[in-house]
Design a protein around this ligand. Structure first.
Ligand SMILES: O=C(O)C1=C[C@@H](OP(=O)(O)O)[C@@H](O)[C@H](O)C1
Ligand SMILES: C=C(OP(=O)(O)O)C(=O)O
Length: 455
């Protein structure tokens, strides 16, 4: 799926109170991995609650192209996997659309096989750095042919026998950690990943669930050493994917910013590597009640009741970034309505997402009259409670740069701003949260597609 040809703008306008109870679709990270590990494992995997966003569907297509049988029966996805080590050579390039996770993890998964696989994506993914995954794969003996700067298209060809490596992940990235571990699945011996800063741990937990011989040791400084014994058997599993905390962020912040709101969001994944935004919003004074906290399929899950709140600015420490890395755009929007200054530190990884999110957020905030400063790896927002004067300047739209989180964040900004906010492309939201418009308007948000605009 390619984006950027027919842009579909959308407009949000100051809304009455948001009210109601919603269930957020499945977590994107867990959904990608469910298709990948189910497609690889021996026997049957059954998945409910899968996120059917474009990113995840592209991962499913890639797994099918490598021999997995995947079908949807009623509400369930049923997969017959190939067995570990038995993926087939894809006959055509694997197109990951907009998805860094699908692309980078699959590079690890299949890149070490002794055949060629080619990876392509949309204009956004084609700009993103792949060297972070290609470098460890090169160390394992993979032949890499890539476009300048290690961008897509990339073709990989694994060696007869890959080398097990010990790899210290140089940046806080669950995608890099996961790519190396997945390469280790088809490598003899022990592949070791050292993770100085903990990132989301879905790969480790799910591989253990599928029967991989994987251990994690954490030292006194919090440095994690993950060891995976290669070429073991993986067995199909039954998975119920919990709701995505990154998608939850949008109705959550929308309810906090819109006077009179009272919204309950059901079945949200509360894995501590994903809850940095909730903690930060609570520090800012947000009224978020965690209800029915429970364990489901080995993950913490809860319902969240959130009410309109007056926020105050805070400093968000750099070490919290991995647990809320995709939530900074919408946190910046919340900060725009807080009294005082919010300072966000340690944001270097935001520059290599679907867009340079640090610049895209700062540009969008300024276009809407929000006072902010973009630093090399920081963002400072000086908020204005009530949002007086906020809204698109001179009829211009927020430029979303093929980035779903930029599109959703600025539509949320418009729900509490004095003037409406238009974004240039709402179609990109379907990559991660196809139900966004319906769920938000169902709560009472004023968001519409804009007819007759766009390229
Ligand atoms: O492993 C994953 O599922 C993800 C890891 C993060 O990327 P990085 O590893 O690049 O930080 C995150 O931004 C992305 O949305 C999903
Ligand atoms: C960064 C994201 O995803 P990916 O890297 O998979 O494109 C995201 O969903 O915000």
């Amino acid at each position: 799926m390619s984006h950027g040809i027919a842009l579909k703008p959308a407009k949000s306008a100051r809304s009455e109170a948001l009210k109601g109870t919603i269930r957020i679709p499945g977590d994107k990270s867990i959904s990608h991995r469910s298709f990948m590990f189910g497609g690889l494992a021996s026997g049957e995997t059954r998945i409910t609650g899968l996120l059917e966003g474009e990113d995840v569907i592209n991962t499913g297509k890639a797994m099918r192209a490598m021999g997995a049988r995947i079908e949807k029966v009623g509400a369930e996805w049923i997969i017959q996997g190939t067995g570990n080590g038995a993926l087939l050579a894809p006959e055509a390039p694997l197109d990951f659309g907009n998805a860094g996770t699908g692309c980078r993890l699959t590079m690890g998964l299949v890149g070490v096989y002794d055949f060629a696989s080619t990876f392509i994506g949309d204009a956004s993914l084609s700009k993103r750095p792949m060297g972070r995954v290609l470098n460890p794969l090169r160390e394992m003996g993979v032949q890499v042919s890539s476009t300048e700067g290690d961008r897509l298209p990339v073709t990989l060809h694994g060696p007869k026998t890959p080398n097990p490596i010990t790899y210290r992940v140089p940046m806080a990235s669950a995608q890099v950690k996961s790519a190396v571990l997945l390469a280790g699945l088809n490598t003899p011996g022990i592949t070791t990943v050292i993770e100085p800063v903990m990132t989301r741990d879905h790969t480790e937990k799910m591989l253990q669930g599928f029967g991989a011989d994987l251990t994690v040791e954490t030292d006194a400084e919090g440095v994690r050493t993950i060891r995976l014994v290669g070429r073991g058997q993986l067995k199909g599993q039954v998975i119920d994917v919990p709701g995505d905390p990154s998608s939850t962020a949008f109705p959550l912040v929308a309810a906090i910013l819109t006077p009179g709101s009272d919204v309950t969001i059901l079945n949200v994944l509360m894995n501590p590597t994903r809850t940095g935004l909730i903690l930060t919003l609570q520090e800012m004074g947000a009224d978020i009640e965690v209800q029915n906290a429970r364990l489901a399929g080995g993950e913490d899950v809860a319902d969240l009741r959130v009410r309109y709140s007056e926020l105050k600015g805070v400093t968000v420490p750099a070490d919290r970034a991995p647990s809320m890395i995709d939530e900074y755009p919408v946190l910046a929007v919340a900060a725009a309505y807080a009294s005082g200054t919010t300072t966000m530190l340690g944001l270097e990884e935001l520059r290599v997402k679907e867009s340079d999110r640090l610049s895209a957020v700062a540009e969008g905030l300024k276009l809407n009259g929000v006072d902010c400063d973009e630093g090399k790896e920081t963002l400072v927002v000086r908020g204005r409670p009530g949002g007086k004067g906020y809204g698109n300047a001179q009829g211009k739209s927020v430029v979303t740069h093929l980035d779903h989180r930029i599109a959703m964040s600025f539509l949320v900004l418009g729900l509490a701003s004095e003037h409406p906010v238009t974004v240039d492309d709402a179609s990109i939201i379907a990559t991660s949260f196809p139900e966004f418009m319906d769920l938000m308007t169902g709560l009472g948000a004023k968001i519409d597609a804009v007819e007759g605009e766009g390229a």
